[in-house]
Design a protein around this ligand. Structure first.
Ligand code: TMP
Length: 211
C-alpha cells in the first residue's frame, strides 16, 4: 500500500501572499517525484465552490454567524469527502489554500464565536485529520488589505473593518505559538524569493524525499 500523502495548509489574512506561494511549492515537490494537488477553501469541489459563492457574496452581508460557521464546515465536509481524503489515501500530497485554522481566525476571532464550538465541528467533520504542516503567512493587516483591495472588488470578508483582521491575525499567531511542531510563521514583508525558500525549508522536514 502506498504511504499516506501529506496535508499542507496555507493560512494568513488577505493580501499576505500565501496563494502565490502554492504553485511554486507544488512544482518543487513534483520535481522530487511526489504526486501533488493544489486546492482551496472554502471550495475545492463543485458543491463546496457553490457554498463559497454564498459565503463571499456581498449581497449576503448580515449573514448569521452560526449559519456562516456551518456553511464553512459544510463546504469542508464535501471537500474532504470528494477531494482531500481520497487524495491522501492514494499517497498524494495536498496543498490547500486555507483550512480550519481560517475558521478559528475568521469565525472565531473575527466573528467572536467560541473556539470550543468550532472544535466540536472540527472533530465532527474531520475526525482525527489535522494538517501535517500549516504555513502562516504573516504581515500587518493594513498592508495586506491594501494589497488585496488593489487587486479586485472586495468580497464579503475583505469588506470587513481593519479590527476584524487584527483579531484574525492574532488568532493565527497564538495558534502557531501554541503548536510550533505543526506551524511555521513566515514574515511576508520579506522579498518573495526569501519567503519561498523558507516555505521549501519548512516542507523539506516532512519527508526524506524532499531533503
Ligand atoms: P480567499 O480564498 O480569497 O482567501 O477567500 C476566502 C475567504 O473566506 C477569506 O476572506 C477567509 C474566509 N474564510 C473563512 O472565513 N473561514 C474559513 O474557514 C475559510 C476557509 C475561509
Amino acid at each position: 500500500m502506498s504511504q499516506r500523502g501529506r496535508l499542507i495548509t496555507f493560512e494568513g489574512i488577505e493580501g499576505a501572499g500565501k496563494s502565490s506561494q502554492i504553485a511554486p511549492l507544488a512544482d518543487w515537490l513534483r520535481a522530487r517525484g511526489l504526486t501533488v494537488i493544489t486546492t482551496r477553501e472554502p471550495g475545492g469541489s463543485p458543491i463546496a465552490e457553490r457554498i463559497r459563492a454564498l459565503l463571499l457574496d456581498r449581497a449576503n452581508t448580515g449573514m448569521d454567524g452560526t449559519a456562516e460557521l456551518l456553511l464553512v464546515f459544510a463546504a469542508r465536509a464535501e471537500h474532504l469527502a470528494q477531494v482531500i481524503t481520497p487524495a491522501l489515501t492514494a499517497g498524494t500530497w495536498v496543498l490547500c489554500d486555507r483550512f480550519t485554522d481560517a475558521t478559528y481566525a475568521y469565525q472565531g476571532g473575527g466573528r467572536g464565536i467560541d473556539p470550543s464550538r468550532i472544535a466540536v465541528l472540527e472533530d465532527l467533520v474531520q475526525g482525527a485529520l489535522r494538517p501535517d504542516l500549516t504555513l502562516v503567512f504573516d504581515l500587518p493587516p493594513a498592508l495586506g488589505l491594501a494589497r488585496a483591495r488593489g487587486r479586485s472588488e472586495p468580497d464579503r470578508f475583505e469588506a470587513e473593518r481593519l479590527s476584524f483582521f487584527d483579531t484574525a491575525r492574532a488568532v493565527y499567531l497564538s495558534r502557531a505559538a501554541a503548536d510550533p511542531g505543526r506551524y511555521r510563521v513566515l514574515d511576508t514583508t520579506r522579498p518573495f524569493g526569501e519567503v519561498s525558500a523558507a516555505v521549501t525549508r519548512s516542507v523539506a522536514a516532512l519527508d526524506e524525499r524532499c531533503a
